[in-house]
Design a protein around this ligand. Structure first.
Ligand SMILES: Cc1cc2nc3c(=O)[nH]c(=O)nc-3n(C[C@H](O)[C@H](O)[C@H](O)COP(=O)(O)O)c2cc1C
Length: 199
């Protein structure tokens, strides 16, 4: 069985901590699962305009804005696993990633206004979220971004299965952390194992 995995690097830094962690997660998945097809997108390389709240998506399926989101809607639909990695910005997400998420309002419209979903009713897509913070890790450090990711995954019919959170990342960058490679790979394996339970 071949699975499709979509990864979204939500940091504007293509070579920072989230990029490194995400690469390790991908390695972890690939190590035991040669049959996974990856689409890896970097938010900084995309042209995505903000949702203008025009409500056209509540009258006609899809978004009227023509940009890189068109391809991403297709990928969100086709993927079995969706992994997002993003730094904490003012307790929230980088604006570039939030723009992508806001554009998923078109999916919401297709489901709840038009009853003609842009995402096939293929249930049990698996979602994972990686995030890093400059401040130290506390139990509520990522609570606001977790709420946003929860709604994002719901919009795209995906089970928000697991998180991988790191604090103190500016003082102790990912590249210097001894257990990071092992723990990132484990996170990737947890996601794929959950997916395998589905079939
Ligand atoms: C605009 C901006 C806002 C930030 N806001 C926060 C914050 O609210 N809380 C926090 O812990 N770190 C904050 N940081 C630090 C980043 O989370 C940290 O540098 C990031 O996780 C590094 O990830 P990257 O290397 O993948 O870009 C902020 C950084 C920037 C540039």
């Amino acid at each position: 069985m071949t699975y499709q995995c979509l990864t979204i690097l939500g940091s504007p830094n293509n070579h920072g901590n989230n990029a490194l962690i995400l690469n390790k997660v991908i390695e972890g998945i690939k190590e035991n699962n040669p049959n996974i097809k990856f689409t890896n997108i970097k938010i900084n390389n995309l042209n995505i305009n903000p949702c203008s709240a025009c409500s056209n998506c509540e009258q006609k399926k899809g978004c009227i804005i023509e940009d890189d989101m068109t391809e991403i809607y297709t990928k969100l639909n086709q993927s079995d696993i969706i992994i997002v990695a993003a730094p904490l910005y003012f307790n929230s997400l980088p604006a570039q990633l939030k723009t992508l998420i806001d554009r998923c309002q078109a999916i919401w419209g297709s489901k709840y206004r038009l009853n003609d979903s842009m995402i096939d009713k293929k249930e049990n897509k698996i979602g994972g979220f990686i995030s890093t913070a400059g401040q130290k890790l506390t139990s509520d450090r990522f609570k606001y971004v977790s709420g946003t990711m929860d709604l994002f995954f719901k919009a795209i019919n995906t089970t928000y299965y697991d998180n991988f959170f790191l604090g103190n990342i500016d003082k102790y960058p990912a590249k210097n952390r001894i257990k990071l490679s092992k723990n990132s790979k484990k996170f990737g394996k947890r996601l794929i194992n959950k997916l395998k339970e589905r079939d």
